[in-house]
Design a protein around this ligand. Structure first.
Ligand code: FMN
Length: 170
């Protein structure tokens, strides 16, 4: 089965994961940066990468997902939050809600991704003592922890995750 990877990435985290996943894909798999994609993709199986914005795929990938029909889809995403957090679970639920009606979702992978330090700075400045993004000790730790991701372990986990699924479609 012909497969493609399509990713959307603002600061490069998701792009890095995308290219490491490509290493385990069958020969001839295409990879597209969504911002440069200007044609339909006929392939039956798509591996879609996004960065997380408010517990959803980023806007551009969200819109791309909404247009898909009849695809088998594996999703992967990078986020500031921990991949085993309720926020991550919510993200997967929201992602599958976008895709599920018209497509078959085969699996979802998430790992942490370095948060743009300007965003952290903005939260520190604007969060305030009661703001929604108030930088509690936990939040500061989460931002610090995210700073070293995606790391080699994340890449290997992403590769294993995708490899395990696509073996049934090769
Ligand atoms: C505008 C903005 C909103 C974000 N919103 C969230 C969010 O709701 N939840 C989260 O866990 N991370 C959030 N993040 C962190 C990014 O999802 C994370 O750093 C991701 O790895 C960025 O991927 P990229 O380098 O491929 O753009 C946000 C980052 C930005 C810039």
């Amino acid at each position: 089965m012909k497969m493609s990877i399509v990713f959307s990435s603002l600061t490069g985290n998701t792009k890095k994961v995308a290219y490491r996943i490509l290493e385990v894909m069958p020969e001839g798999t295409d990879i597209y940066d969504l911002k440069d994609l200007n044609h339909e993709i006929d392939d039956e199986l798509l591996v879609l990468g996004y960065w997380v914005d408010r517990a959803k795929p980023n806007k551009e990938m969200h819109e791309f997902m909404e247009r898909l029909e009849g695809k088998k889809v594996i999703t992967f995403g990078t986020l500031g939050a921990y991949p085993d957090s309720p926020h991550a679970m919510e993200t997967i639920k929201n992602t599958n809600n976008i895709l599920n009606d018209k497509n078959e979702v085969l699996g979802n992978f998430l790992c942490q991704g370095r948060i743009n330090p300007q965003i952290t700075e903005m939260f520190i400045k604007s969060g305030g003592p009661t703001g929604v993004h108030m930088m509690t000790k936990e939040r500061i730790k989460k931002h610090k922890d995210a700073a070293s991701h995606p790391d080699e372990k994340d890449f290997k986990n992403a590769q294993e995750f995708v490899k395990n699924i696509i073996k049934d479609y090769m």
